[in-house]
Design a protein around this ligand. Structure first.
Ligand SMILES: C[S@@+](CC[C@H](N)C(=O)[O-])C[C@H]1O[C@@H](n2cnc3c(N)ncnc32)[C@H](O)[C@@H]1O
Ligand SMILES: [Zn+2]
Length: 138
């Protein structure tokens, strides 16, 4: 019998980076799968107008899965949609089919904010606040 997948406990709360973020509620080992990025699976051609609409409100909710598919976390998303971007992230992304796993890039302490690199390739209009000196755009 395959072992059931137990995911670490995480919580949403206010973040120093931006509005709400997601935090480890217990220590997380390196490479542990933390959560999948939930959201409606939509063709890229259908997600683009949505993406533009969300961006006009200052928010990125659409995650590009591959050349054909995206996940729109504004529709049927889970807590993963509140994970903020960092240029020095503690999580990495694994795409398995159309599932997007957020995994620990190193050991993460209880109470640390979870972050990953959004790796956006659009207009990069958002000024990054991942740490006080960061001047990048994404
Ligand atoms: C998927 S949401 C993350 C959750 C968001 N903090 C919230 O409370 O709704 C993505 C949005 O959060 C903001 N954000 C995420 N990471 C950021 C960062 N490093 N610096 C500035 N804003 C960030 C941007 O507005 C971005 O469009
Ligand atoms: Zn940054």
């Amino acid at each position: 019998m395959p072992k059931p997948l137990t995911l670490p406990k995480i919580v949403r709360r206010r973040s120093k980076i931006h509005d709400f973020g997601v935090f480890a509620a217990e220590p997380i080992n390196k490479n542990k799968r933390i959560i999948d990025y939930g959201g409606e699976l939509v063709r890229n051609r259908d997600s683009e107008p949505r993406e533009e609409r969300y961006l006009a409100q200052g928010c990125i909710w659409v995650f590009r899965v591959n050349r054909r598919w995206s996940r729109d976390a504004a529709v049927g998303g889970n807590i993963a949609r509140f994970i903020n971007h960092s240029c020095r992230p503690n999580c990495w992304i694994e795409v398995a089919g159309t599932t997007i796993w957020i995994r620990a890039a190193r050991s993460i302490r209880k109470g640390e904010e979870l972050t990953y690199d959004y790796a956006t390739d659009g207009e990069q209009t958002i000024v990054c606040r991942c740490h006080p000196q960061c001047r990048n755009r994404f």
